[in-house]
Design a protein around this ligand. Structure first.
Ligand code: 6PG
Length: 239
């Protein structure tokens, strides 16, 4: 049975602190814990906090890092979600690099989507006939996209594939993204959304207002897991 929670914080720092404390609790068992990370700018405050203050509080050795999406650029490109995560978090952690599963943005997109699908399929245990992440961290764009599932490619929510190729609707940039089925099969999905620019879409997505059905983030409903919204007051102003 799925559950939905909303947590609203005064600012990004308070949100990051609470998420870090929750992550500490969720990963406290010794078993392998699989996370699909989000990209973009929102997670930066969280990653910097984890690297600065949770280096020795979280047992990083049994955490396996995947990505929910990646831009099709080389790993040293300023646009790379891997680069952002490595620079702010991973390079500071005692993580076995074999537990970091980078989406190879420098490769041909269709082939990389196939390769990463196999890697996810092999690396995760399966539930409901699909690979199951312990945790998927998501952001949301001000157009209601999540991961790299954009409103004009909302069919990727229902794709049979584990990963698919997407294109940013404005820049045309190719992306590799987890599809809706995998995200919704996770044990826990956490949206981290901040800033007044997201407030209208947050209201539409959470309260099913206006054209919510055309917003990919509104279709993230973990069938057997928990959905948790971490919002700052600016993003939650209309709730
Ligand atoms: C990406 C993300 C994307 C992001 C949203 C929000 O690769 O950009 O995965 O889904 O989470 O676009 O981005 P911001 O956090 O920068 O607002």
């Amino acid at each position: 049975m799925m559950s939905i929670q909303q947590h609203i914080f005064p600012d990004k720092q308070a949100l990051a602190r609470q998420f870090a404390e929750d992550l500490l609790q969720w990963t406290a068992s010794e078993r392998k814990y699989t996370i699909a990370l989000s990209g973009g700018s929102t997670p930066k405050v969280l990653f910097e906090l984890l690297a600065r203050e949770y280096l020795y509080r979280i047992d990083w050795q049994h955490i396996h890092f995947y990505w929910g999406d990646e831009r099709c650029v080389p790993p040293n490109d300023i646009d790379s979600n891997f680069k952002m995560t490595y620079d702010l978090l991973l390079k500071h952690l005692p993580v076995d690099k074999l537990n970091v599963y980078r989406i190879r943005g420098e490769k041909e997109p269709v082939e990389e989507a196939k390769r990463y699908s196999k890697q996810v399929n092999y690396g995760l245990h399966h539930t409901n006939g699909l690979p199951q992440f312990d945790l998927v961290i998501l952001g949301m764009g001000d157009d209601g996209h999540t991961a790299s599932i954009f409103p004009n490619q909302i069919n990727l929510l229902k794709s049979e594939k584990i990963c698919a190729v997407a294109r940013h609707p404005e820049t045309g940039q190719f992306r590799i993204t987890l599809t809706g089925g995998i995200i919704n099969n996770a044990k826990k999905v956490a949206f981290l959304v901040t800033g007044e620019g997201k407030a209208q879409k947050v209201d539409e997505v959470i309260n099913h207002k206006r054209n919510w059905m055309f917003l990919p983030a509104a279709h993230i409903i973990p069938q057997y897991g928990n959905l948790i919204w971490y919002l700052d007051e600016a993003a939650a102003i209309h709730l």
